[in-house]
Design a protein around this ligand. Structure first.
Ligand code: URA
Length: 208
């Protein structure tokens, strides 16, 4: 099981700003992207590189380049889109595989209404993005969709998570790595994270 609460001062500072209730849509959106960029830096620290020779200003020079198949970013609609540009700033050539889920009113289980994965999922590292890891239901469904498509290496990037959501994922999928800016206290009766950020989707899209 690998859960990384990334304590970098820049992440902690920016997340602290995001917790303020009086933030504009623009500010919240910008900060979501900035934290996503920093989480991406952390989550890609173990990518394999290979050495190649390029023509430098003073002749041939050995440089490192990322080896093998590339990354697919997996935003969970809709709030996951708020982290997408930040991740793509760091990995501009990444392909995007989108997942849309809604919650069935009766069973309360997530139901997929949209799935569009890029090719070669067997060879790719998937970076799932969603601002909040709350009950873990959407993440669990997304991981299952990815594994069904043949994806073998999965990491999830979140702004805020709670222990119960993390436990649900690590119990079912101990191979999945979780990177999160803060592990908060708990869920309230409505399923919101405390202290949390409020409704991240509404804040990113400026809806209520
Ligand atoms: N989704 C959100 O947007 N906020 C929460 O606190 C939990 C789930």
């Amino acid at each position: 099981m690998a859960v990384y609460e990334v304590k970098h001062p820049l992440i902690q500072h920016k997340l602290g700003l995001m917790r303020q209730s009086e933030l504009s849509t623009k500010q919240f959106r910008e900060l979501s992207s900035e934290v996503a960029r920093l989480l991406t830096y952390e989550a890609t620290k173990d990518l394999e590189t290979e050495t190649i020779t390029v023509n430098g200003w003073a002749g041939p020079v050995s440089v490192h380049q990322i080896k093998g198949k590339k990354i697919t970013v997996v935003p969970i609609l809709r709030a996951g889109l708020g982290m997408m540009n930040g991740v793509l700033d760091m990995i501009p050539s990444a392909k995007v595989s989108v997942v849309g889920l809604y919650r069935d009113e009766e069973t309360l289980e997530p139901v997929a209404y949209y799935q569009k994965f890029t090719s070669g999922m067997e060879e790719r590292i998937a970076l799932i993005i969603d601002p909040m890891l709350a009950t873990g239901g959407s993440l669990l469904a997304t991981i299952e969709m990815l594994k069904k498509s043949g994806c073998r290496r999965i990491k999830g990037l979140f702004l805020v998570a709670v222990p119960e959501g993390i436990e649900k994922i690590t119990a079912a999928h101990p191979d999945v790595e979780i990177y999160v800016a803060s592990i908060d206290e708990r869920l309230n009766e409505q399923g919101y994270i405390l202290p949390g950020l409020g409704d991240a989707g509404d804040k990113i899209f400026g809806t209520k």
